[in-house]
Design a protein. Sequence first.
Length: 137
Amino acid sequence: MTNLQAQWIVGFVDGEGCFHVGINKNQSMALGNQVLPELTIVQHKRNVKILYALKDYFQCGVVRQNHGDRMCYRVRGHQNLLEKIVPFFEQHELKTTKRIDFLKFRQVVLMMDKGIHLSSEGLEKIQIIQQQMNNKS
């Protein structure tokens, strides 16, 4: 099952994926906060092979236990998000309202690439975007 097709991945992520931007307190950071964008896909452990197939396809991320009998595939590294995940979903558009979350997620990843998250104003902008994601607005 490692021979995944791009459109299958789009459909799977549309149904099972989550583009998330976490903002965590971290005193070692200049502003006391760390911005953590991530793509997460959770599956029952009986379907763990598909998570490894996604990891294989994108050549990044980790597969680990999530909660109980659930496993997750997660991509957090900024370079991997910027160079692999964002370009893939720019080229292969999501079909559901998850596309809106992806576009906001993409905006945050691009802002981080420019260092915008390192200023108070930039962090504030990211917090506003974050609050509009995943059916929060």
